[in-house]
Design a protein around this ligand. Structure first.
Ligand code: GAP
Length: 438
């Protein structure tokens, strides 16, 4: 499939079927902001739940928190974000548009765009790059003055460090341990784009894993978390050939990172960062002047931090892209059943047969108590299948004439299109076996 074309198809499907809408659509949108529709919120919640299940519930060394978006501005001074959380910005001296100096593709495209002054074609000229801080400012209280200035958090991470002492004293965690968090972050991105890929408001899922400050421990934990995170994406069905690791060059590392490696996804617009694994060393805790006292051994030290930081909007977008397929005359989202918005859809074979409708309604009402289930009685069965295929529903259940006699239904598999007859009584358990597993 032609790659630009694929992106257009994803954006159009996302809007048409209620996954993702431009924010404030009725007023022409707002660059870098997106809303999730009825199906998008399910997909995104499923991704978040799978992440939390894996990172918190299945482990005994990670606890969760949910910190506030606005923090005391001292946090951002100490963390280095006010001084160093910036991207290089250049301005075109001819048209005054601004771009990220390190976004080579955008820069080259802009240079190819004809610019003219008084009808004469002129070459693009750039200003020198300057650092542009990405933190978004807001004001608290009734006076818009500098002393009331606060920041929307540029990463969710600092809430973990600011709560480090509270977490240690209120729970049973001991180094090595991790703190997991999911939440919104905000960045005044210079060039938002590629649909939700680079937004100004987005969600992150992170674990800050605290270890003893020893080289060997650091390498071991870094390697371990790289593998864990890659495995998580593969386990939810992302294609292996579309994922790779890419170590950061020293000059592209964030100000807090001793070393960093990205998990990249092979997007239609190139290999792009999906998640970062960062060795933050003792950067954050020492900047916040926090030490850890081991309650058993009594020793005191500043732990090092290995961080896994993924973007939920990017994961959602890449799961959609990865799952998109065109199979003969149908579009199928081959989403893993664990993240598919609906697990099943129920249809009465005919919409004008009261007995069929009534039995199908019963099946639908029952399944909805177990997992998200869709209902469709419009058009013919073929159209209903296609409609569910396009949003990734793994199983379609049809109540037909035989159902009235022997209380069985057909269950059609999204990917193989094969059908089985299953007793209504066993249906919920059968489907739960296919779509759920703790
Ligand atoms: N706490 C570390 C941190 O924030 P990062 O590499 O700046 O590290 C982590 O961001 C992840 O957050 C990225 O891998 C990406 O998935 C996501 N992310 C970052 N900026 C984003 C943006 N503007 N839009 C959408 N997702 C973004």
């Amino acid at each position: 499939m032609e790659q630009n074309n694929l992106m257009e198809k994803i954006v159009s499907l996302a809007k048409r079927r209620g996954f993702i809408f431009p924010s404030s659509d009725i007023y022409g949108g707002i660059t870098g902001f997106w809303d999730y529709g009825p199906l998008g919120v399910e997909l995104k919640n499923n991704i978040k739940r799978e992440w939390w299940k894996n990172m918190v519930y299945k482990r005994d060394d990670v606890v969760g928190i949910d910190a506030a978006i606005i923090m005391n501005p001292e946090v951002w001074k100490a963390s280095g974000h006010i001084a160093a959380f910036s991207d290089p910005l250049v301005e075109c001296k001819v048209c005054h548009n601004r771009f990220r100096a390190d976004d080579k593709e955008v820069i080259i495209n802009h240079e190819k765009t004809p610019h003219n002054i008084n009808g004469v074609l002129v070459p693009v000229e750039w200003t020198d790059p300057r650092n542009f801080n990405l933190l978004i400012r807001a004001y608290l209280g009734v006076v818009e003055a500098q002393q009331n200035e606060v920041y929307l958090r540029g990463e969710i991470t600092q809430g973990v460090f600011a709560n480090f002492k509270n977490i240690v004293s209120s729970s049973r965690v001991r180094v090595p341990f991790g703190v997991a968090q999911i939440g919104k972050a905000f960045r005044n991105e210079i060039t938002p784009g590629h649909f939700t890929f680079r937004s100004r408001e987005f969600e992150q899922m992170e674990v800050e894993y605290f270890i003893k400050p020893e080289e060997e421990e650091g390498e071991k934990a870094f390697d371990y978390w790289k593998k864990e995170r890659m495995q998580w994406y593969l386990g939810l069905g992302m294609k292996k050939e579309n994922l790779r690791f890419r170590p950061h060059e020293p000059d592209e590392r964030a100000h807090y990172a001793r070393s960093a490696e990205d998990i990249e996804y092979n997007a239609p617009f190139g290999w792009k960062e999906l998640e970062g694994i960062h060795h933050r060393g003792d950067w954050d805790l020492s900047r916040h002047k926090i030490k850890y006292q081991d309650p058993d051994a009594g020793e005191e030290y500043t732990p090092w931090v290995i961080e896994t930081s993924g973007g939920i909007d990017r994961a959602t977008l890449f799961f959609l892209i990865d799952a998109y397929s065109e199979d003969k005359d149908r579009v199928v989202l081959k989403l893993h059943p664990k993240i598919a918005p609906y697990k099943a859809a129920v249809f009465p074979l005919l919409a004008n047969k009261p007995e069929l409708i009534s039995l199908a309604r019963k099946v639908y009402d029952d399944l909805r108590q177990h997992f998200p289930t869709a209902w469709d009685d419009r058009g013919n069965i073929g159209k209903r299948y296609y409609s569910q295929d396009e949003i990734g529903t793994p199983y379609c259940i049809t109540v037909d004439h035989q159902s009235l006699e022997d209380k069985t239904v057909t269950v059609r598999d999204r990917d193989t299109t094969e059908q089985k007859r299953i007793a209504i009584q066993k249906l919920a358990d059968y489907l739960k076996d296919q779509v759920y597993e703790f």
